[in-house]
Design a protein around this ligand. Sequence first.
Ligand code: HEC
Length: 127
Amino acid sequence: MLAVAMLTVVLVAGLPGLHAAAPADSPGDAARGATLFSQRCAICHTVAGRGGKIGPDLTRVAGRAAASGGFAYSSALKKLAWKWTPANLDTFLKSPAKVAPGTMMPVLVANPDDRKAIIAYLSAQQR
Ligand code: HEC
């Protein structure tokens, strides 16, 4: 019982340190995500009418089915039978080629905090 209590103390004490940088879906995440998106994604992807047309429009991508954004998608992406939940976006952005071998989406985001920030930004683009 004492061991359990101590473990709890350690876990609780450890949390602020672990999460100090970026609580999930905080406005700070989305703001940083906007910068990352403009640096790494906007050359190919539009959001809210701004950005390039080499890739699909990512406005409202969060929650929609993969390859459903009115774009000439590869068969690799069309085969991806899932919705763009935050978890699926995270898996995809970590390694698009692994998730959908043959995809034309050439960019991966290796840093988990960067992925989280970009996903928070994309999730906020619902208009
Ligand atoms: C050089 C151009 C290019 C860049 C840069 C790029 N993408 Fe893509 N992206 C594409 C293309 C092309 C596709 C369509 C892939 C296919 O059909 O296989 C795509 C597909 C996607 C999809 C799936 C969309 C859907 O409608 O199913 C997501 C999500 C995505 N990209 C996110 C990102 C993010 C986030 C970044 C920045 C970190 C990024 N992309 C950078 C070209 C790009």
